[in-house]
Design a binder for this molecule. Structure first.
Ligand code: CMP
Length: 139
């Protein structure tokens, strides 16, 4: 069990002005932000980040969306971080996300689903180091 996960507040949620509300929910749920940046993915960087999905039919839609505007990337710390954060954000499909979860509140579709949360400890480490070098992580 790892105590870190990686998240992005995606372009749709940034466009709709939800950065503050989402960070508030993350803090209230007991996650400590140990690295954070407001940035924008180039199409090439989005393709690299989502390489594992490159054969999926939604890949082009996904990388175009993720590179269309600013995002907030962050590494979060908490006991059982990966699992607890996935509970906090809710299902990928917002129609199935439980009431009060971040995707239930702020996501609009399966693709434009407001936030990313790593799906395993291994991916949390890979995704965190994709966006941050060690001097930017302050635990
Ligand atoms: P996330 O779990 O952050 O990372 C993979 C992303 O692919 C997922 O969020 C969605 O944004 C996107 N995705 C997954 N399934 C679909 C789908 N059926 N159609 C469009 N986008 C999808």
């Amino acid at each position: 069990m790892s105590n870190r996960t990686f998240t992005m507040i995606k372009p749709d949620a940034v466009e709709h002005g939800h950065i503050g509300s989402i960070l508030e929910k993350i803090n209230s749920a007991g996650f400590k932000i140990i690295a954070m940046k407001y940035t924008k993915l180039s199409l090439e960087k989005a393709e690299k980040f989502y390489e594992v999905h490159s054969e999926r039919p939604f890949f082009n839609e996904l990388v175009t969306f993720m590179s269309r505007g600013p995002i907030v990337a962050a590494i979060l710390e908490k006991e059982n971080a990966v699992e607890d954060f996935r509970k906090l954000i809710g299902s990928t499909n917002p129609a199935e996300a439980k009431e009060g979860t971040i995707r239930n509140l702020y996501a609009t579709s399966m693709g434009e689903n407001a936030v990313h949360g790593s799906d395993s400890d291994e991916n949390a480490a890979i995704e965190g180091s994709f966006h941050f070098n060690s001097s930017e992580i302050l635990s």
